[in-house]
Design a protein around this ligand. Structure first.
Ligand code: EPZ
Length: 432
């Protein structure tokens, strides 16, 4: 098992380069299955979720050529099977995108049910509703989701989402891209990675308009052919480094970002007394004085992202006064709070609300990550805390943050990764 050992209490200074967006990459890689030709994907983050996605494609018959650390060429012109490996697909939440991609191109898909839930029930009823509206039959049998259409090809239709779902929006968009006729997705999610997936598919020959608004219009095409595409920078990774410097104090330049994507996070940090200077594709983030309380409510984009909730709550645990955090996307995303309490944080959770009484300082402790963003929050807490922390289960963190230890060390943090022999890193279930 890998652990992080952190000597906290040091302000961060320097520059950090943001990698490609995880939640775009884990959709765009499955979408490559729809392309009859070679697609070159650039700015791919080096994280374990991406490695898994690529392995799943390979097992289906894709030919994958690694060009460099962040670029791959995927050739899906000779796909052998539409049934994914059970063991691989069940490990990653994003394997649900394989359904939309395979069903869209081949009219059939058999994909293991995505991994277990770490923050409450994570239904996929809206995905299924979309596929059935487009003419598919969907059943769950033997741990697999079987989706198929007798028509050979899906048929375009109007799909109204009952809840704003990132995954359902992207999945239905993929399935509809090669359906016969027109599809309209209403009440669609608007996250930057939705626009990124639409741009990827369009660059391969799809006809998708309106991504980034709540109405997406898709005119089905017969074939997608190859091309080159670069994934957008990761909004949440950038936000995590911003939160880290907010917690520790100091000044960092966050490079390779799209400032517009950061507005919802920047606005909250500024309310807390953090200075943020925006440039073309960088943000200069500085915290010199004390942190002030504020209230945060997570919402679909362009609201404050749920994937930044644990990190911002950690920063607020060090602010003057009492802050309220409301989690309105996931039912149970406060499991990390008990670990923060071990470090001296004063946070009470009641259902979807966390009441955060700021404390003067946190103290280092042995703590354990329970999911990806919870792990990121604990890293931030450890960096800000007085003394040493030992963070276990960091394999969750490495699912979504490329080279986090090296990047933080580049900012002057005292953090190192150590191997503990004899303990396994195998996760029961991945989320993401
Ligand atoms: C994506 O999950 C992300 N995962 C999550 O990021 C992120 O937290 C979430 O979007 C919200 O932004 C990936 O992109 C792989 P949803 P997803 O469908 O698509 C309900 C991270 O840390 N819902 O937008 O699964 C659901 O219960 C991860 O990077 C239904 O009711 O999220 C939730 O309350 C974790 N029925 C809400 O919608 C459905 O069919 C939003 O979920 C689908 C969702």
């Amino acid at each position: 098992m890998t652990k992080y050992i952190v000597q906290g209490g040091k302000p961060l200074f320097g520059e950090v380069e943001v990698s490609g967006a995880k939640n775009a990459a884990v959709a765009i890689i499955p979408a490559a299955l729809m392309v009859d030709g070679v697609c070159r994907i650039e700015n791919i983050p080096q994280i374990s979720d991406v490695t898994l996605c690529l392995k799943i494609l390979e097992q289906l018959g894709a030919n994958i050529r690694t060009i460099n650390r962040h670029t791959v060429e995927i050739d899906c012109s000779r796909i052998r099977s539409t049934r994914t490996s059970y063991e691989l697909a069940r490990k990653i939440r994003a394997s649900y995108y394989l359904i939309g991609a395979l069903l869209g191109r081949f009219g059939q898909a058999e994909v293991a049910m995505p991994g277990g839930c770490n923050f409450g029930v994570r239904p996929i009823d809206q995905h299924v509703k979309g596929f059935t509206t487009l003419g598919a039959k969907v059943v769950v049998e033997g741990g697999f989701i079987h989706a198929s259409t007798d028509l050979g090809r899906l048929k375009g239709a109007n799909v109204y989402l009952d809840v704003v779902s990132v995954g359902a929006t992207m999945n239905i968009m993929m399935a509809a891209a090669m359906a016969e006729g027109n599809t309209i997705i209403e009440n669609a999610a608007k996250e930057p990675h939705i626009v990124d997936l639409a741009n990827f598919l369009n660059s391969m020959g799809a006809n998708i308009r309106g991504a980034g608004t709540d109405t997406i219009k898709i005119q089905g095409v017969d074939r997608l052919s190859g091309g080159t595409y670069a994934i957008i920078p990761d909004q949440i990774e950038a936000g995590t480094y911003m939160a880290a410097v907010a917690a520790t104090g100091g000044q960092i330049l966050v490079k390779n970002i799209i400032p517009k994507h950061m507005d919802c996070i920047t606005a909250k940090l500024v309310e807390m007394g953090v200075e943020v200077e925006e440039h073309e594709d960088t943000l200069l983030v500085r915290r010199t004085g004390s942190l002030q309380k504020t209230n945060v409510k997570t919402l679909p984009y362009p609201g404050f992202p749920t994937d930044m909730q644990p990190q911002i709550t950690t920063v607020l645990s060090l602010a003057e006064g009492t802050s309220l955090v409301t989690e309105s996307v996931w039912k149970n995303r406060y499991r990390y709070v008990d670990e923060l309490k071990r470090m001296g944080a004063n946070i009470q959770v009641d259902d979807r609300t966390a009441v955060v009484e700021g404390v003067d300082h946190l103290t280092g402790a042995p703590i354990q990550a329970c999911d990806l963003r919870a792990g990121a929050a604990l890293v931030i807490a450890a960096l800000a805390a007085q003394g040493e922390s030992e963070i276990s289960c960091v394999q969750y963190v490495e699912r979504g943050y490329e080279d986090i230890v090296a990047k933080l060390r580049g900012l002057g943090a005292d953090i190192r990764s150590v191997e503990i022999p004899g303990e396994s890193d195998e996760l029961e279930a991945h989320i993401g």
